[in-house]
Design a protein around this ligand. Sequence first.
Ligand SMILES: *Cc1c(COP(=O)(O)O)cnc(C)c1O
Length: 432
Amino acid sequence: MLYYSLKKQAPAVDFRQATIAGQAPDMGLYFPERIPKFSPDFLRELKHKNKADLAFEVIQPYVGNAIPEQDLRRICAETVDFEFPLVSITDRISTLELFHGPTLAFKDVGARFMSRCLGHFSQQREGKVTVLVATSGDTGGAVASGFLGVEGVDVVILYPAGKVSSIQELQLTTLGQNITALEVQGTFDDCQQLVKQAFVDQELTQRRSLTSANSINVARWLPQQFYFCYAWQQWQGEEPPVVAVPSGNFGNLGAGLLAYESGLPIKHFVAACNINDSVPAYLLSGEFEPKLAVPTLSNAMDVGNPSNFVRIQELFKLDYEHIKNTITGYTVTDETTADTIKRVKNEQHYLLDPHGAVAYHALEDYLGQHPHDQGFFLETAHPVKFYDTVEPITNEKIALPSAVEAILGKEKKSIPLAPDFAQLKEYLLATA
Ligand SMILES: *Cc1c(COP(=O)(O)O)cnc(C)c1O
């Protein structure tokens, strides 16, 4: 499988090169030259496959011969070594719980897969790779946990000061070893911009081999298809489900669309956003206008210029009508998010996190207008990650999972940074 740059000014590369580079030299995102189709046999037997085999079969065509079968099977098995339960909340709404991994958010899947792929590739090359990653909250922890102790890989995480939850911050600032956290006095979009600039700075890229662990990296983006398949394995409805995805950078939704393009039965997608809603606005108007990110209760979705949106457009060959008929966008305010957390807790005895609450509300609204449909939403993080938001809404303490208890007493270590590329560059050159 080859990957081309969406800016079309760089040569096509294989999975290995795309993973190591993260982003194409022309700053475009890599995109697979074709979308593999699931065979009728695969779809018929899907419900009986184990998680690791299923993951391997989904990802293998994308990896091609860049990783030998045995290694790729091991990488897949390690990546999905936790549960992905589909839990019913009402008679029409279920939740796909994606928070049973080590950092309690769906990003564990992509980060674990990518770290193992990069670890595999770095065994065959000289010198260190530096993973440079911007986080709006959960990426940092997942990447730190996935890459901790991986030989030949240094990780530098940029996060917006004061804009991530306290547990998220501990997850990315307390591990040490090959993981460094830079605390940027700015927004997530500033962090993302700094990372993008670093990749095109010639002096820097000559001195350090940089890659991205954001969902722009294909090795993080593509494995997110797995759990859409796991949901389908557990789906009991007669019709295919409507799937609501709480969205920020649109990697998750983009991965769901890939699985759908490959033939996974899904009736419709709901793109659930907080007020950072450039994609829902596009779905209404046909015009895409990036905006400045605004802080909300669902902080991991505070993205004004979602980087994976171009991949969704490419997947639909820029056909706006087709996109509009497949995805319905929703904008959900903080007030509605808080009401939804409270209401679903009181009436259904299910505790949502703020991101899941955005998706729950959007799905409920969509199903209200489509009385014969049923669906599920992705619960992208455990509510305890946002206890500072959720507990005041429900007035109840959330029990701490052991993964969280272990980091609470640890000391935060971060390096403050202005949202200024010169400072980042200086730091990266000094530590090269
Ligand atoms: C990252 C994240 C999202 C947004 O996912 P994208 O792939 O960026 O759209 C939603 N919810 C949580 C909890 C996240 O960490």
